[in-house]
Design a protein around this ligand. Structure first.
Ligand code: NAD
Ligand code: MG
Length: 396
């Protein structure tokens, strides 16, 4: 029997990280945890280390590292604690690692995810922001270093499952007409427009179907998440924005569809539980048990579909515009959105101001070519400065 795959989980203390560890723990003969990383919830990180006995753990600062190292020694573990982005990149690209689960939230995930790509790893991508920021350079690095990139985002994993094996030849070449990207519509799908002014972070984070981290929950409420996913789909499947259509499907049972020129439409269905796409990507091309209950079509009974209303979801329109503008526009969109969501969660701006801030800052930033990674980070920083200035003028 071949040895167990060595897995680094970047963002182990988050929602996707925990789901991944749940799947891994079901298959101790197949997978072994090599490294776990956490930024917050560090007590949980200690408990995860005790449970999974990784070779390395990574935390944000020296102080936290010393404390965790002492606790690990007291627990009888010889897990080594590394620090900061350097530590993240080390465990992502380590020679003994086979697979890296990229589940850090936001732009902070870009360098460690790229470190895994540049080391030619099998990279399971949840951190959509890294692809949105630097799609062209990222996909170039995947090809150059022979990395295997598998999507964990449920929609993209569904699309991946509905595509033919040789889809990298191009959508036209394999007879794909368009990609249908499904969206639940989030908690405000039917909220009267006049009431959106007053919605709270708690309401925005109470997703009707999925249980997720706070940033992606707000993105789901505004449908910026679907906008980021549209851009993600364009990079992963070499599609033009016009080839990706967003479909609101409140039950979230169909995770996305692929429409072929002969009229066939292939869909992937399942209970809304991230362990399915995670297990699919971990074990690909074979299938393993994920712990997800079988889909009960009789209890679901019906599936609904609606076109998204861009007056209700201006973030979706802004993301599509950024996707069409290309170059640095998606990186700007992503950076301002991160600042806006954090400000909304801190109650410094209202929900509807998320879209206003993004629209204003996008209008202020010219679109430039992204030829190197440093330019991506410059665009990201500049957009954050402009977003903070916007907050200074409009925020509380
Ligand atoms: P989360 O907030 O629950 O977890 C985020 C993880 O990243 C945590 O481990 C946190 O400690 C770590 N982290 C946060 N800031 C960091 C920083 N500056 N440096 C290093 N680590 C940092 O988020 P989540 O819901 O698990 O989402 C993670 C990623 O997966 C996001 O990019 C999200 O868009 C994507 N995603 C999530 C889901 C889901 O169901 N939750 C589905 C699809 C895609
Ligand atoms: Mg998704």
């Amino acid at each position: 029997m071949s040895r167990a795959q060595q897995i680094t989980v970047l963002g182990a203390t988050g929602s996707v990280g925990l789901s991944t560890l749940d799947v891994i723990a079901r298959h101790p003969n197949l997978y072994q945890v090599f490294a776990l990383t956490g930024f917050t919830r560090l007590k949980e990180l200690l408990a995860l280390c005790v449970r999974h006995v990784p070779r390395y753990a990574v935390v944000p600062t020296q102080d936290v590292a010393r404390k965790l190292q002492d606790d690990l020694v007291a627990a009888g573990l010889d897990t080594r604690v590394l620090v900061g982005e350097e530590g993240l990149c080390e465990v992502a690209g380590h020679a003994q690692v086979d697979t890296v689960l990229a589940a850090i939230v936001g732009a902070a995930g870009l360098r460690p995810t790229l470190a895994a790509v540049e080391a030619g790893k099998k990279v399971l991508l949840a951190n959509k922001e890294s692809l949105v920021m630097s799609g062209s350079l990222f996909m170039q690095a995947v090809r150059q270093h022979g990395a295997v990139l598998l999507p964990i985002d449920s929609e993209h994993n569904a699309i991946f499952q509905c595509m033919p094996n040789d889809y990298s030849r191009g959508l036209n070449a394999v007879g794909v007409r368009r990609i249908l990207l499904t969206a639940s519509g989030g908690p405000f799908r039917e909220t009267p427009l006049a009431e959106l002014h007053d919605v709270t972070p708690e309401q925005a984070c109470a997703h009707p179907v999925w249980s997720m981290g706070r940033k992606i929950s707000v993105d789901s409420a505004s449908m910026m998440n679907k906008g980021l996913e549209l851009i993600e789909a364009c990079w992963l499947f070499d599609a033009r924005p016009a080839q990706v259509e967003v479909v609101i499907h409140p039950q979230s049972v169909i995770h996305s569809l692929v429409d072929y020129v002969d009229g066939s439409v292939l869909a992937q269905l399942g209970n809304p539980d991230m362990r399915t796409p995670i297990a699919n990507a971990l074990a690909w091309p074979v299938r393993i048990d994920s712990g997800v209950a079988p889909l009960d079509l009789f209890s679901i009974a019906r599936l609904d579909f609606h076109a998204p209303d861009e007056r209700r979801f201006p973030c979706l329109r802004l993301a599509r515009q950024a996707a069409e503008a290309g170059d640095s526009a998606p990186a700007t969109l992503n950076a301002v959105n991160e600042v806006a969501v954090a400000a909304f969660l801190d109650r410094r701006i209202r929900y509807l101001e998320i879209a206003s801030m993004i629209e204003d800052v996008l209008g202020q930033q010219s679109v430039i070519a992204l030829d190197e990674l440093e330019t991506v980070f410059e665009v990201d920083s500049k957009a954050r400065v402009l977003a903070e200035q916007w907050l200074g003028r409009h925020g509380r």
